[in-house]
Design a protein around this ligand. Structure first.
Ligand SMILES: C[S@@+](CC[C@H](N)C(=O)[O-])C[C@H]1O[C@@H](n2cnc3c(N)ncnc32)[C@H](O)[C@@H]1O
Length: 369
């Protein structure tokens, strides 16, 4: 029980939480303490609070399947949706005891602490929203989640195995996600899209579609919010969003295709939208969020970001074209005279445009003094 662990009371966002005295302070993958709490993931939980702030998110019953201290569900209940019947689960008995204490600390009556292996729980019960937040890859838990998700439910997934998805451990990505990653300047976007594509392919086997509501990369983890309608038509439609990305390492051109080329391809991956603009428009950054200004900044970028499945890097242009760097804002302004352009949340020095690399390079060179 929780008396075995020493707890501290902290405030994250607008919520008081008991968290283990021995806890992780850095890195999403680092694990310290018997019940897990990582302050660095507070932005990830802020986004959950913002997600539930949208009136477009209609959830009656929810499961935070891997909840540790209960931080995410308790914050959603306390800061956004007190009326949700939230089952807050962890298979570790010590974690479940901490969850109970955190629900009580915040006077939450609609939260219910659970203590089961999520795969057993989801074999018996169904929910409108399921959250998977494992150490590393979510792959072992996806089928259980499809089984326990109601017909038009929402699945939220965190993946911290970015090294394999973004191409540092390419063989692992092939084994785990049956997809080839791309170690390149936009490798993290490829990783996010491989993850969505993998979920979509697995879900299609069970006649479930995949509709991205909000998918992003931050602080070395990927996070997905997906609507998953249970119809064969939506599964078929989702599969149309799968494709391959070809990257020419010499000319730096990017191209999306439906089949892999001889060399330089990544995928299969999700080539469609990764964000529902209407939903992101309806989300708000409340005053009490742990990292409010960062949340506002991300919301703004998600709202603007073009749905092109790759981006360009200012530093990439400067080193490939062997010219001194140009201010990103000036470069984007110049590009906007010729095509569409937006910032990207994947990189502070990156941008998206519908122009081919050759045109972007020409503009870059024309601007260089
Ligand atoms: C990364 S932590 C979750 C962090 C938490 N969501 C948060 O925001 O602080 C992963 C948790 O999943 C739990 N877990 C792992 N496998 C599980 C399973 N099969 N069923 C239920 N819980 C599981 C672990 O005990 C651990 O507490």
């Amino acid at each position: 029980m929780s008396e075995e662990i020493e707890l501290d009371e902290v405030t994250e966002g607008g919520t008081r939480l008991f968290v283990p005295r021995s806890r992780t302070e850095k890195g999403p993958g680092a694990i310290k303490g018997s019940v897990f709490y990582n302050r660095q993931m507070s932005f990830n939980r802020d986004v959950s609070v913002m997600f539930f702030s949208s009136p477009m998110v209609k959830v009656r019953t929810a499961l935070d399947a891997m909840s540790a201290t209960g931080a995410r569900a308790v914050r959603i209940l306390n800061e956004a949706r007190p009326e949700t019947e939230f089952h807050v689960n962890d298979w570790d008995v010590k974690a479940s005891a901490v969850i109970e204490r955190n629900l009580a600390l915040n006077g939450i009556s609609k939260g219910k602490a659970r203590n089961e292996d999520l795969r057993c729980l989801l074999a018996k019960e169904t929910f409108d929203y399921i959250d998977l937040d494992p150490f590393g890859t979510p792959v072992p838990y996806l089928h259980a989640a499809f089984h326990g998700l109601r017909r038009n439910g929402i699945l939220a997934v965190t993946a911290t195995d970015t090294a394999s998805l973004a191409g540092t451990h390419a063989k692992k990505c092939v084994r785990r996600y049956q997809a080839r990653p791309c170690r390149c300047v936009f490798g993290h976007e490829m990783g996010l899209r491989i993850l969505i594509g993998y979920v979509a392919r697995q879900a299609a086997m069970f006649d479930r579609g995949t509709v991205p509501l909000l998918c992003f990369y931050a602080d070395h983890y990927f996070r997905l919010y997906l609507r998953m309608p249970e119809t064969a038509e939506s599964a078929d439609e989702s599969l149309h969003n799968l494709g391959y990305l070809h990257f020419d390492r010499e000319g730096h051109e990017r191209e999306v295709g439906s089949w892999p080329k001889d060399k330089g391809w990544a995928g299969p991956l999700w080539t469609g939208d990764i964000c529902d603009k209407g939903l992101v428009e309806s989300m708000s950054a409340g005053e009490n969020l742990a990292e409010r200004s960062r949340c506002e900044k991300y919301l703004q970028i998600w709202r603007e970001e073009l749905s092109i499945p790759y981006f360009f890097e200012n530093n990439e242009l400067s080193s490939h074209l062997k010219r001194s760097p140009i201010r990103l804002a000036s470069l984007m302004e110049e590009i906007s005279l010729h095509g569409k352009v937006s910032r990207t949340h994947f990189s502070p020095t990156g941008f998206k445009t519908d122009l081919p690399y050759a045109d972007v390079a020409k503009i870059y060179l024309s601007m260089d003094g």
